[in-house]
Design a protein around this ligand. Structure first.
Ligand code: SF4
Length: 415
């Protein structure tokens, strides 16, 4: 068997800066909800956040809360609470864990941030179904509970080429949300403020892309597991200057590592790509498992999902429509495969891990022959890990360990 050894995974100093950003973000939301000094909008993670920023909302993203529920391993006890009121154990475990936490009156925020009891009460909830339909059901639940309006964009799925007709339809839907948002916020929509938010968001996207692209260096200064927490500011802070500031700090540190030929792992022998959701309750265990086998999982489809290179302040609605439709998760298999093949070359990887997340078919790309087709085209081996993002009852740690060890051994033999 491939030999597993104890290794050091080097911590990034900028992680503290991003941790402080996240704390300020949650305290800001908590203050807004408690004092009413700002209205709070809930938004899906790849929803039209720029419009909400332009209209003075503080924006909360429930998926980050649910990822925290998973990472703190609270999810498995909470999911059955949502199952009991009719949300199936087979649907998104972000949804079921989050609804379960609400029903139980618990939140990981209260442990992480003193004085915060839980998520901020919404004044409005805004979704985009570009990632899945579950987000609409998720927001509808809270809309009922909090008696708040739920509005959103109904997106296309399985998109081959992004066409003008897609852009027109999505941009129009975004424009049609404005009157409802004006009536909740009490702020008149101003196109120049939207241009500002789109420009800041684009800058955030460019910086985040530069951060992730540093993983093409050999050795890579960053791991996928670092990325899953460092991406917090790109998810919740895009459209604000503060998010861009923290990524400048992070990027400088990563560039310094590259200049010093310093990798995130002490010894990087194998370079891997991750497709699919992280297993939030096993982030640290998986980081150690791979690092112990001298394998750096250094790039992923998941972290790249918050790169929106189409955003353009000159055409705010249309470019948002394009950016949020060009996304990997929205696309058909053919463009997804082209994208992954480009990533494999760019990041110079030796193999691919596909996470088949039981409750997220939308972000599991190994169910219709894609790994086999990509292997045929790239000659790179792959491994499928069966698991889930939040429901740890769907994980077999022993099986994952055995499969990963055998996979790395296979890579070692072919080197
Ligand atoms: S994409 Fe997957 S994890 Fe995200 S909300 Fe939809 S079903 Fe849940």
């Amino acid at each position: 068997m491939a030999e597993e050894k104890k290794v050091t995974i080097k911590k990034l100093n900028a992680a503290k800066t991003i941790g402080k950003f996240m704390a300020d973000y949650y305290y800001g939301l908590d203050r807004a909800a408690k004092t009413g000094e700002k209205k709070v909008a809930w938004c899906t993670s790849v929803g039209p956040a720029e419009i909400l920023r332009a209209m003075d909302f503080d924006v909360y993203f429930p998926e980050t809360h649910s990822a925290m529920i998973g990472a703190t391993r609270m999810a498995t006890d909470l999911i059955p609470k949502a199952n009991a009121i009719g949300y199936s154990p087979d649907i998104c475990s972000y949804l079921t864990a989050d609804v379960g936490a609400y029903l139980e009156g618990v939140s990981p925020l209260s442990k992480a941030f003193e004085g915060i009891e839980g998520p901020p009460k919404p004044d409005v909830l805004v979704f985009n179904t570009n990632q899945c339909r579950d987000v609409q059901d998720w927001f509808n639940f809270y809309g009922e509970e909090y008696d708040a309006p739920v509005i959103g964009v109904h997106s296309y799925v399985g998109v081959q080429e992004v066409e003008e007709a897609h852009i027109r339809s999505i941009a129009q839907q975004m424009k049609e949300m404005i009157p409802a948002l004006e009536s909740v916020s009490g702020t008149k929509f101003d196109i120049d403020r939207l241009r500002e938010a789109v420009a800041l968001s684009r800058e955030c996207s460019d910086l985040w892309k530069d951060v992730l692209d540093t993983a093409s260096a050999v050795p890579s200064p960053i791991t996928f597991f670092d990325g899953t927490t460092l991406m917090g500011a790109a998810v919740v802070g895009r459209g604000t200057p503060a998010a861009n500031d923290v990524y400048r700090v992070l990027l400088a540190e990563l560039k310094e590592r590259i200049a010093n030929k310093e990798g995130a792992l002490e010894d990087e022998e194998f370079r891997l790509y991750w497709d699919g959701m992280p297993v939030w309750g096993r982030l640290s265990a998986h980081a150690k498992l791979f690092a112990g086998l001298k394998a750096n999982v250094l790039a992923s489809t998941y972290c790249n999902s918050w790169i929106f290179s189409a955003l353009d302040p000159a055409e705010p609605f249309e470019s948002m429509a394009r950016a949020y439709t060009e996304l990997f998760i929205v696309r058909a298999d053919a463009p997804k495969e082209t994208y992954i093949k480009d990533m494999l070359d760019f990041f110079k990887v030796d193999g691919i891990i596909y996470h088949d997340a039981k409750t997220c078919p939308n972000n599991s790309n190994c169910r219709y022959g894609m790994p086999q087709r990509i292997q045929k085209a790239s000659s790179l081996p792959f491994l499928v890990i069966n698991g889930d993002l939040n429901d740890m009852r769907l994980i077999s740690d022993e099986q994952t360990k055995t499969n990963v060890e055998a996979f790395i051994e296979q890579l070692a033999e072919s080197k």
